[in-house]
Design a protein. Structure first.
Length: 359
């Protein structure tokens, strides 16, 4: 359900909360729901104490490989990728890590939002395949034996430079509602970033969670909060929808006209506004010196079985991992404490993922 711009969002604490079962939240911020209670709980970012050699199963590897190949065979290719190709999956039972190994045929012209969406499709599919036998862990992707950023050294350097420049200490948090309505240049049309999944569209669900979370962080934490997307119901004339439905890039262009580096950053040409929108959120957090950033996703899937709640943090950041564990701990306490959700899956540990350019 739940989440790479050249900047890391919250230099101190970055977590992306993926909430399954939140699809019923009102997109107009009206009623309260389990999702709203979850958002309330997310604001409690105090530390919560958690409880306390590679092992392989060839039959499991074979099953996960079949699922990954099924996704690959149906995958809509983007610029730079070629059709066909094979994928091999392996599961390390000691760490629950799932590794997907692709060839060079899946390396895109630009590793942006469309490519990340492709990897999300694989992540959803293989984690559900593994979940039938053992709790899934992190998913790692290799392309001819290397991580994708090996093939994009300029993007990798841009990310590294942004990390070094990151200035924190503003006492501010950023709460980002994922996705939103955006203009697709090549199709000359306004589109949603996420498709309907089980009659739910992620672009319209996340703003409600974000608005509630903003309220409780400010109310209980006495911490100012900025949101990349707006909650305004005014009409965004160019797109024809209300402002709260529109992607962050356009709101930030209105709010920070003198800082185009936030909302008009250099990207590839294949889907410019989508990539710039994704990048604008961590760029905003770095611009403001945010201490904490939370990115809210629903990680929509075509499966009708709720996969539960997970939290993702940026690989290699122990402070972020501590925050992510705290969030999961509080969410588990809130969700499973309700009779109707006593058996709802809340993952025991956060997942590490290299989303340095979009989280």
């Amino acid at each position: 359900m739940t989440e790479t711009d050249p900047a890391v969002v919250a230099p101190a604490c970055v977590a992306s909360a993926d909430v399954a079962g939140g699809a019923g939240a009102s997109p107009r911020f009206g009623g309260r729901s389990l999702g709203m209670s979850i958002a309330t709980l997310l604001s409690m970012v105090a530390t919560c104490q958690a409880g306390a050699g590679e092992a392989r199963d060839r039959s499991l590897d074979a099953e996960v490989t079949r699922e990954a190949q099924r996704i690959l065979d149906r995958l809509d290719r983007i610029a730079g990728q070629s059709s066909g190709g094979r994928v091999h999956a392996s599961v390390d039972l000691a760490t629950s890590t799932i590794t997907l190994e692709f060839g060079r045929d899946l390396i895109p012209q630009y590793a942006g939002a469309d490519f990340e969406h492709q990897m999300d499709l694989f992540r959803h599919g293989v984690t559900e395949a593994v979940r039938k036998y053992t709790p899934p862990g992190n998913v790692e992707y290799k392309f001819d034996g290397r991580e994708i950023m090996h093939y994009f050294p300029e993007q990798q350097q841009e990310d590294a430079d942004a990390r070094r420049r990151g200035i924190r200490g503003s006492g501010m948090a950023m709460v980002s509602a994922a996705h939103g309505y955006y203009r697709h240049q090549r199709k000359a049309a306004w589109l949603w970033q996420r498709p309907l999944m089980n009659d739910v569209r992620e672009d319209l669900v996340t703003p409600a969670y974000a608005e509630e979370l903003k309220h409780w962080i400010q109310e209980r934490g006495r911490m100012p909060v900025v949101r990349p997307r707006t909650s305004s119901f005014d009409l965004h004339e160019e797109s024809g929808v209300e402002w709260w439905q529109v992607a962050a890039k356009y709101h930030l262009e209105e709010r920070f006209p003198a800082n185009p580096e936030i909302w008009n950053s250099p990207v590839g040409d294949s889907n410019r506004d989508y990539d710039q929108d994704l990048r604008s959120r961590p760029l905003l957090a770095n611009h403001l010196g945010a201490d904490v950033a939370l990115h809210l996703h629903t990680n929509g899937s075509d499966s009708e079985i709720p996969s539960g709640t997970r939290v993702v943090y940026q690989t290699g950041r122990e402070e972020d991992r501590a925050l992510a564990r705290s969030v999961l701990c509080y969410m588990r306490e809130l969700i499973t404490g309700q009779d109707d959700y006593s058996g709802f899956n809340v993952e025991s540990d956060p997942r590490a993922d290299n989303k340095g350019r979009t989280v």
